[in-house]
Design a protein around this ligand. Structure first.
Ligand code: UDP
Ligand code: MG
Length: 314
């Protein structure tokens, strides 16, 4: 069985079109479900969903009590999907449903994560393009994730991977990061993004900033370590400058009395302070990683050890 999950926020005009497009494509695949997550919409989305689910038994929906954001909607989708493979896509038809058969083919070839990367789209606004490109650039620099430009949340995950994601206990889960982090056999598919079918983008600038901050802080403690480096740089500077100041004090009479002590103390304390803050940062970073209680490792495949054990026992 295949699950399609669709996060939607105020997408009343798009949903009926999307559901019909999905149904005509999925006909060929036997068992499937379309699970739509209404992320606290304020338009008629919920009403449309009720009608769709009554008309077509393959359509299920969940409605959030308020707007929790796209990432949370996706998570709810993964938590409630029943399929052996779960595909998520946007409600606005920007993620072409025609690509679904390709994703499923790759999955049948044995890939457990089939993610998509959109080709550069000249129709996209300059603003969206630049913010997106710089977002991924910053993310790669600040963390040890290697997420490609244009890899958004349009992907197929095997049941195994979905179950692994469900075991993540952190509240603020940045899915793109988590999926890159967990590994498994991954495969990439390029696609041509379509224009938004109806309505306007639901990703406000505020939501974009929030997503970027979440992506960087939940997969990287690198910024916390910066002050150690800064501290060492400053201490090095302090010792060079200190030598020069002492030279002036002992061998010239260009110094005002008291100046040498003040300058020496200032640069030294500055350097030491940054190192200490950095050390606190390192411990804080470790605490932060531990608090998330992520699995320490993930098993992708086994030769079914449990079965061998029971055979031995019987
Ligand atoms: N979305 C959501 N909650 C939000 C914002 C967006 O569920 O708070 C959904 C939206 O309905 C759409 C998908 O996330 O299905 C992507 O949003 P959108 O198309 O507005 O983003 P863009 O394509 O402009 O980046
Ligand atoms: Mg969109």
């Amino acid at each position: 069985m295949i699950s399609l999950i669709v996060p939607s926020y105020n997408e009343e005009e798009n949903l009926p079109v999307l559901v019909h497009r999905l149904m005509s494509i999925m006909e060929a695949y036997g068992a499937y479900e379309i699970l739509i997550i209404d992320d606290g919409s304020t338009d008629q989305t919920r009403f449309v969903l009720r009608q769709l689910s009554q008309a077509y038994p393959v359509v299920r929906y969940l409605s959030f009590s308020r707007n929790f954001g796209h990432q949370m909607a996706l998570r709810a989708g993964y938590d409630h999907a029943r399929g052996d493979a779960v595909i998520c896509l946007d409600a606005d038809l920007q993620h072409p449903p025609e690509l679904i058969p390709t994703l499923i083919d790759k999955w049948r070839e044995g890939y457990e994560v089939v993610y998509t990367v959109r080709r550069p789209d000249p129709r996209l606004s300059w603003f969206k393009r630049t913010t997106s490109r710089n977002f991924y650039r910053l993310l790669r620099a600040a963390s040890n994730l290697n997420i490609e430009d244009g890899a958004a949340d349009f992907r197929l995950l095997d049941r195994k991977v979905v179950d692994t994601l469900k075991s993540f206990k952190e509240n603020d889960l940045f899915l793109r990061g988590a999926i890159s982090w967990i590994g498994f056999r991954q495969c990439r598919v390029l696609y041509e993004p379509a224009p938004r079918y109806a309505g306007r983008s639901k990703y406000s600038v505020r939501k974009m900033v929030k997503l970027a901050a979440m992506g960087i802080t939940s997969f990287s403690t690198r910024p916390l370590y910066m002050s150690v480096l800064l501290g060492f740089a400053m201490s090095l500077f302090a010792s060079l400058f200190g030598a020069e100041v002492l030279y002036e004090y002992f061998f010239t009479n260009a110094t005002v009395s008291g100046w040498t002590t003040l300058v020496l103390l200032m640069v030294l304390i500055g350097g030491v302070q940054f190192i200490l803050i950095g050390i606190i940062g390192v411990y804080l970073g470790k605490t932060f990683v531990e608090v998330k209680q992520r699995p320490a490792y993930i098993i992708g495949d086994t030769s079914d050890i449990d079965e061998t054990v029971t055979k031995w026992q019987s």
